[in-house]
Design a protein around this ligand. Structure first.
Ligand code: MRU
Length: 373
């Protein structure tokens, strides 16, 4: 998408120098900075410390990390080390494992001298595929928005609530949850987005920055406002992203998503999840029991970063000094609370049969059965 009129991806390769660049998200929405990643350590730090974030972008970044590491050392041990170091950065988004496994599967059989070139091409392919997947999610999600638009009074926007940032900077481009919003806006369907702030990391500020840059009407709201807005009939649908969805349709996403799903269920508001297929974990069924939930440093909850009146960026403490904090970063919404999964192949029920219908080649029931012996 565009920043100040210029098209960017969230991660890209400088073709001339074979260097990988990212939008460094630590500074957004206040400053737009670009960083260059040139070593395995730099890639691992960028994922762990959230210079890049969002499940699809984490996967693409890992693929580029392996590729850059292969340019300095392409031995078997080095390939294995790259996978291990990157895998340990963040536990929840399954796209990380998906990308690492895909790289290993393709690079391992190759002779060492071919690995660096093949790894770069593969990382580019993963990035390009992500863009196309998200574009298609937008096409299917647009139909949902279009249908709701027909029920709205003339000229009145479709009011969509979203949580966290499942936008273009959480992917390589387009975003997952935002792709239908961008496509609806471009098709002339008015939308208004309720943007959850998403404490503690305030990814809603990123969503607000993105939507604002694209001219999409939105309101930045505190996380606790969603239930109230739904009770008042001010939300037509909820669309979120996901970091890992199980073969049975349980959706793991940013902490607070579950509460939004409960409120949507209670108020009869459709709750959709934008789901690219690399985010499906076909090896697990019960999201609550089986998905590892990242616990991040408590300082993310006790402190916030922001812009002060004099224009300087800084951190302030919001809790009492020394207060203990717990900071689980994700939660799981059972499939029964999800109205539908918007995938690149269409919309399906959040269930094993729903997913298996769209992705028969993964044969979800029998894979899960194999795992269970
Ligand atoms: O901790 P983050 O910012 O990486 O979490 C991001 C989310 O939870 C997103 O909603 C999810 O990855 C979907 S991104 C298209």
């Amino acid at each position: 998408m565009k920043v100040d009129g210029r098209h960017y991806r969230s991660i890209w390769r400088d073709q001339e120098r074979d260097r990988v660049r990212i939008i460094d998200q630590r500074w957004l929405p206040h400053e737009f900075r670009i960083a260059e990643l040139d070593s395995l350590d730099a890639f691992a730090t960028a994922i762990r410390d959230m210079w890049v974030r969002g499940a699809p972008l984490i996967g693409a970044t890992a693929a580029y990390g392996i590729a850059v590491h292969m340019t300095s050392d392409a031995r078997d041990a080095s390939l294995e080390e790259a996978g291990k170091v990157l895998f340990e950065t963040r536990p929840t988004a399954v796209n990380l494992r998906w990308a690492i496994d895909r790289c290993a599967r393709i690079l391992e059989p190759l002779p060492e001298r071919e690995r660096a070139g093949a790894a770069m091409r593969l990382a580019d392919e993963i990035a390009d595929e992500d863009i196309e997947i998200n574009r298609r999610i937008g096409v299917h999600g647009l139909e949902i928005i279009r249908q709701i638009a027909r029920t709205r009074p003339d000229g009145e926007p479709v009011r969509v609530l979203t949580h966290c940032n499942a936008g273009w900077i959480a992917t390589v481009d387009w975003g997952t949850a935002t792709s239908p919003m961008y496509q609806a806006h471009d098709a002339g369907i008015p939308v208004h987005v309720w943007v959850d702030e998403t404490r503690p990391r305030n990814q809603g500020a990123l969503t607000s920055w993105e939507l604002g840059s694209h001219g999409i009407s939105h309101s930045y709201i505190v996380d606790n406002a969603g239930g109230h807005l739904m009770q008042r009939g001010l939300v037509d649908l909820v669309v979120t992203g996901t970091d890992r969805t199980t073969a049975d349709g349980d959706v793991c996403n940013k902490i607070g998503t579950y509460l939004k799903a409960l409120a949507a269920h209670d108020n009869g508001v459709p709750f959709y999840v934008a789901l690219p297929s690399p985010t499906i974990d076909w090896t697990v069924r019960d999201g609550v029991q089986e998905i590892p939930i990242e616990e991040r440093d408590g300082s993310e909850a006790t402190h916030v970063m922001g812009l002060s009146a004099d224009g300087s960026l800084g951190q302030v403490q919001v809790s009492p000094k020394g207060a203990e904090s717990a900071n689980p970063a994700f939660d799981v919404t059972p499939g029964r609370l999800v109205s539908g999964l918007i995938t690149e192949r269409g919309v399906c029920e959040a269930s094993r049969t729903g997913l298996a219908r769209l992705f028969p080649e993964f044969d979800a029931p029998s894979r899960a059965a194999v795992r269970d012996g």
